[in-house]
Design a protein around this ligand. Structure first.
Ligand code: C2E
Ligand code: CA
Ligand code: CA
Length: 701
């Protein structure tokens, strides 16, 4: 029985070519779409259009290559308008499908819509393309196969779009394989649809082509060539666009990372000095801790606090204070080696991480170097000083907080011990700090409710050992703790703002005793009162002194003051004006602890003082000290005399010392040898014994 349908045959090579075209088109489309960003801007739609164009054209070209691969025993032709419409249909459907799957998240609904659109596009294109042949009578289709063809188009599209969506999130490196897989799936969807659709189609033997155009091999060559050119052109344009984008992106990324780096720098550095701040310091310390744990390399932390910086700030202004801090940052950097980190962690507080520290002496040496560097920073009011505490890892602490706290406590301990010094952490410091806190309120009560007392340590003329004066020394007979060194509670009073009250209290007690002795008809020698560093800056100090003198009806000659050398030199401007006022009031001033601070004889000339007290640390070694050191003491005495200053030696404990001091011309001595500090009634007894029954009133000189 002869069939009413024509038998078609396929050219295998052309079939293969058609599949290749479909895959190539799919690949180009996916490549283009894969470059779309998250944001739906014009560039994104440009890519979408490019992808749709590539894919639509690919579907279309595939169809015609497939048609040419199919040989019917008659010449085939196509209607140009319908053919163009089928192309447009393919492109639009692809655009719709690609748009659906390129949202940030591919939901199931979007996938179904996208795959349906794709299938409709491919199917619509195919069957429209077939219709473009204008066959008479029309092509007959097997409905199930048509359904299958559309199902294949849908399923393969869904797979392809799913992969395409993954692609957009994937890393660049893993893209090619998946993109190729997706292109394969989509290519199969397009080709599979086509060939199943063709299997569904039956051409009657008596068919006539209504379309006139003839498709031959020349046409074919042109078509495949053109479509390939289109794909390549699109791919090329995309890659050019992309490179340009990548360039501008890399510019953006570069400036972004620059900004980021700056931000990072800012967040980890102190804006004023440019030194690392606490955050960066902590990081570095953590690194050092790791290094210690893995390699056993120890390190040290130093805590630096400037002495009297707040006063400088108040006096010279914040601008000058900032300048000083900047200078300190510079000298600290210079004093350190490369691996070390100096950080500013607060107003006038610095912390230094010292890596590559061999031992505690090494750490101390670095600290001393820093202290010296700071003391060389000059400003209008004199020179700077600081207290430096340090702690070693692992000896004094094995984690960040423990080490910084230990160094801080050591610094504080150094401050209490007399400032301007380097102090290593000791285990008892922690206990001491909380102890100091408790002492504060007890001290406040002692000052207010008469808990303090003054002792008097007499001073004697070296030659005839006659009593020529006494130093008032505050005492705190603590009900439960017993004796607390004034060095310690004075430092506490200075820190918590009690010092003014304390010293007014002392001055008052001294004034009261002098008045009582005078009333007893005694000749009273000048009593010297210690003035704290904080007090010399107090503008109201001369008035307070004047008030005390008036209250007890005292001649100014009964009172003199002692100020420490380091204080006078460091705050020379203030010291000079305060001491000048005392001088004009007729009150003498002694420079205390000479030799412990700056020992600058140059300053002696600039200060209105009448007395110089050589620190007891010099006297302790006399007369056995090496020649040059003894020579210094002699030299100080000689120079003082040239400046019309009387020289007092403190801490004279032996006859040998006294003899030596007499030989080199020291005017007065004070120390345990001749008298310990005495309570007021014992000094009274001493004065009475010295003066006998004959009493002359009036100040003694
Ligand atoms: P400073 O002004 O150097 O007072 C002399 C210190 O040396 C006193 O200690 C005294 O007891 C001690 N000393 C006297 N002779 C000898 C000796 O032969 N050998 C030894 N090793 N030491 C001797 P003190 O009373 O413990 O006072 C310590 C410091 O406390 C004083 O040192 C002074 O700076 C301060 N201070 C005492 N009272 C006051 C005060 O009322 N106001 C202020 N701002 N500071 C005071
Ligand atoms: Ca003194
Ligand atoms: Ca002294």
């Amino acid at each position: 029985m002869e069939s009413v349908y024509m038998a078609g045959a396929y050219d295998q090579r052309l079939v293969a070519l058609s599949v290749v075209v479909a895959i190539l088109a799919s690949y180009t489309a996916l490549d283009v779409v894969g470059r779309m960003g998250e944001r739906r801007d014009w560039r994104c739609y440009g890519w979408l259009a490019g992808g749709a164009l590539a894919l639509g054209t690919g579907v279309w070209a595939m169809h015609f290559v497939g048609m040419i691969a199919f040989r019917l025993p008659l010449d085939m032709g196509y209607d140009v308008d319908i053919t163009s419409a089928s192309w447009l249909m393919a492109v639009v459907a692809c655009a719709f499908a690609l748009n659906a799957v390129t949202h940030a998240r591919l939901t199931r609904a979007r996938l179904v819509v996208g795959a349906s659109a794709m299938a409709a596009g491919i199917g619509g294109m195919h069957y429209t393309g077939m219709f473009a042949m204008r066959l008479h009578p029309g092509i007959e289709y097997t409905p199930t196969l048509v359904g299958v063809s559309l199902l294949i188009a849908f399923a393969a599209s869904a797979v392809a779009l799913r992969i395409a969506s993954f692609l957009r999130q994937a890393q660049a490196g893993s893209r090619f394989g998946r993109k190729f897989l997706a292109a394969l799936a989509l290519g199969v969807a397009i080709a599979g649809m086509h060939y199943t659709g063709m299997a569904a189609a039956h051409f009657r033997v008596d068919s006539l082509f209504g379309a006139s155009a003839k498709l031959d091999t020349v046409w074919l060559g042109t078509l495949v060539g053109a479509s390939t050119v289109i794909f390549l052109a699109i791919a090329l344009i995309v890659s050019i666009l992309d490179r340009r984008l990548e360039n501008s992106t890399s510019d953006l990324v570069a400036s972004l990372s620059r900004a980021n780096a700056e931000l990072l720098h800012m967040s980890r550095h102190d804006p004023l000095t440019g030194l690392p701040n606490r955050a960066l310091l902590n990081e570095r310390i953590d690194k050092s801790l790791e290094r210690w744990k893995s390699q056993g390399v120890g390190f040290a932390i130093a805590y630096i606090d400037l002495d009297g910086f707040k006063a400088i700030n108040d006096h010279l202004g914040h601008r000058a204070g900032d300048k000083l801090l900047e200078q300190i940052a510079l000298v600290l950097r210079d004093a350190l080696t490369d691996g070390d980190v100096a950080a500013r962690i607060g107003g006038d507080e610095f912390v230094v991480l010292m890596n590559d520290i061999a031992d505690k002496d090494d750490a101390r040496a670095v600290c001393t170097r820093m202290l010296k560097a700071i003391s060389q920073v000059e400003y209008a009011g004199g020179e700077l000083a600081a207290s430096v505490g340090y702690a070693l890892c692992p000896n004094d602490g094995a984690d960040l907080d423990a080490l910084i706290t230990a160094a801080d406590m050591a610094m504080y301990g150094g401050k209490l011990a007399g400032k301007n010094r380097v102090q290593r952490y000791r285990e008892d410091m922690g206990a001491r700090m909380s102890d100091d806190f408790a002492l504060q309120s007890e001290l406040r009560d002692a000052i207010r409710y008469g808990g303090l007392a003054v002792y008097f340590q007499p001073r004697f003329r070296t030659g005839d050992r006659r009593l020529v004066g006494a130093e008032a020394l505050v005492r705190w007979p603590h009900p439960t703790r017993g004796f607390i060194s004034p060095d310690r509670f004075i430092a506490i009073a200075e820190r918590c703002g009690l010092i003014t009250e304390l010293e007014i209290n002392v001055l008052d007690m001294v004034g009261g005793h002098i008045r009582a002795w005078l009333n007893d008809g005694l000749v009273v020698p000048p009593i010297s009162v210690n003035l704290s560093a904080v007090r010399i800056r107090d503008e109201s100090l001369p008035d307070q002194v004047q008030g005390c003198l008036e209250r007890y009806r005292l001649d100014p000659a009964y009172i003199s003051f002692e100020i420490t050398e380091s204080l006078a030199v460091r705050e020379i401007a203030q010291a000079r004006s305060a001491l000048g006022r005392f001088k004009s009031m007729g009150i003498e001033v002694a420079l205390d602890d000479f030799g412990t601070g700056y020992s600058s004889l140059f300053y002696l000339k600039q200060l209105p003082i009448q007395q110089l007290k050589i620190d007891r640390s010099f006297i302790a070694d006399l007369p056995n000290i090496s020649e040059p050191k003894a020579e210094i003491v002699e030299w100080i005495i000689r120079l003082s005399h040239q400046l019309q200053l009387r020289v007092v030696a403190e801490g004279v404990e032996t006859e040998a010392q006294l003899a030596y001091l007499q030989r080199i011309g020291c005017d007065e001595v004070q120390g345990f040898l001749l008298s310990r500090p005495l309570p007021a009634d014992r000094l009274l007894a001493l004065l009475e014994r010295e003066q006998g029954p004959i009493r002359v009133s009036g100040p003694m000189r």
